[in-house]
Design a protein around this ligand. Structure first.
Ligand SMILES: *Cc1c(COP(=O)(O)O)cnc(C)c1O
Length: 428
């Protein structure tokens, strides 16, 4: 396998783009080596600029839940393009989109479309602040909510990978308004509430974390947070940018049976186009401009091409519950298979798994929060990553990311993924 074209492109890119990439984790810094530059993808396969073929286990960090270039979405986009690309005015599809989201995610009574997950979370906390008249928020160590200033405190994803959990450029004022607690620890949250009585507007979390690797909420944890928020008058925000429409039709909130006040969405909701959304109780969402005083806007929000892609994607997921059955089965097969391989090789690495999301952590410590995630041997992960890449399996290039399965994976693909795992894990 040669990757000469990717190497040349990366060398050139570094002259023109900071670090050569438009999002940090893509640079392969935490696994070493050169990033591969992608030319195209179809179904379960992604192809680089040197025409190497890989089986996809990232799927654009989630959106490609039905595999790449899913034909109904492709057709909807081609059709929509004929009517121009943007109007900056209301359209029929936005109404259909809002109605469909509300029918799929019952805690959402009203919803606003934006252009990314970052925008969604930024807007959600502004609305929660406007609604409560309070200023502070609680977030969790290792949870990532996009790159808004308030969230770059003890953040996950690329922020962990790059070793800059607290980014320069975020003011002390903003940092002071962001309180952080360890994930899966209710007492820590209660202590923050007691120390900041009547000052906390919102508590935001990934109900299943994907951004410090996959970390599941302990039994009763989400309900415990729900109870604290209700008692303290805090707006509970589930950031379901990753988990929404993935862990169930109605996201993690459906799967775990806990109802937030607000939800942020992204990734799958755009079918691969740049889309995000935030929504929640009508009483809270009615604070948003022009109905209420909290300002939030977007020239390209509800973009007709993006709505065509997202709407087709969501309709498909809504109409085909077997998608979720298949994703569960695929997840169980792959994770079950890796567990057997680890057993056979006498390795005690941890795997966290729910539905079509999982992470293999190179540590023997059960991973329940950011502290335990950080016990992982990242050098070993780097070797694993490159071993898998050489065998044609495209994983997330960081220990602190989850993998996302798609319905495009065939039985043959699953067997190839497991064979590669066995070969690589017995080598490193
Ligand atoms: C990806 C992600 C975001 C940010 O979304 P962007 O579209 O990258 O801005 C926010 N929250 C979570 C949980 C995410 O996984």
């Amino acid at each position: 396998m040669t990757t000469n074209t990717s190497e040349a492109l990366f060398a050139k890119a570094k002259n023109f783009i900071p670090g050569g990439v438009n999002s940090p984790v893509r640079a392969f810094r935490s696994v070493g080596g050169n990033p591969i530059f992608i030319k195209r993808a179809k179904g379960a396969y992604i192809f680089d600029e040197d025409d190497n073929q890989y089986i996809e286990l990232i799927n654009s960090w989630g959106p490609m839940i039905l595999g790449h270039a899913f034909e109904p979405v492709e057709q909807a986009v081609s059709e929509a393009i004929k009517n121009s690309f943007s109007f900056g005015a209301p359209t029929r599809r936005e109404v259909e989109m809002a109605e469909l989201i509300i029918s799929m995610v019952p805690s959402i009574e009203k919803v606003r479309m934006v252009n990314s997950g970052t925008e969604a979370t930024m807007a959600a906390i502004r609305v929660a602040r406007g609604y409560t008249g309070r200023e502070k928020i609680i977030k969790f160590e290792g949870c990532y909510h996009g790159h808004g200033d308030s969230f770059l405190i003890a953040a996950g994803s690329g922020a962990v990978t790059m070793g800059v959990p607290d980014s320069p450029g975020v003011t002390k004022g903003v940092a002071n308004d962001t309180l952080t607690a360890p994930y899966n620890n209710l007492e820590a949250v209660q202590m923050l509430c007691d120390a900041n009585k009547g000052q906390i507007a919102a508590l935001i979390l990934e109900p299943v974390v994907g951004n410090m690797g996959c970390v599941l909420p302990k039994e009763g944890y989400l309900q415990g947070l729900r109870n604290i928020c209700t008692k303290e008058g805090i707006v509970l925000i589930f950031d379901e940018v990753m988990t929404g429409f993935r862990l169930a039709k109605g996201g993690a909130q459906e799967r775990f049976g806990v109802t937030p006040d607000m939800t942020t969405l992204g990734k799958i909701i755009g079918g691969g186009m740049p889309v995000g959304a935030y929504g929640g109780k009508a009483e809270i969402m009615n604070c948003v401009s022009p109905q209420g005083p909290v300002y939030q806007a977007g020239t390209l929000s509800g973009n007709p091409i993006a709505m065509a892609a997202g709407l087709t994607m969501l309709h498909h997921l809504n109409d085909h519950p077997e998608v979720y059955t298949q994703l569960e089965a695929t997840g169980n097969q792959i994770v079950g298979g890796i567990r057997s391989i680890l057993d056979k090789l006498n390795l005690n690495y941890q795997i966290n798994h729910v539905g079509s999301m999982y992470s293999l952590f190179f540590t023997e410590t059960p991973v329940v929060d950011f502290e335990t995630a950080k016990t992982s041997d990242t050098a070993k992960f780097g070797k694993y990553f490159h071993g898998m890449l050489d065998k044609g399996i495209y994983l997330a290039p960081s220990q602190y990311e989850a993998l996302f399965l798609s319905t495009a994976l065939s039985q043959e693909n699953i067997a190839e993924v497991l064979a590669a795992n066995e070969a690589v894990l017995s080598m490193i």
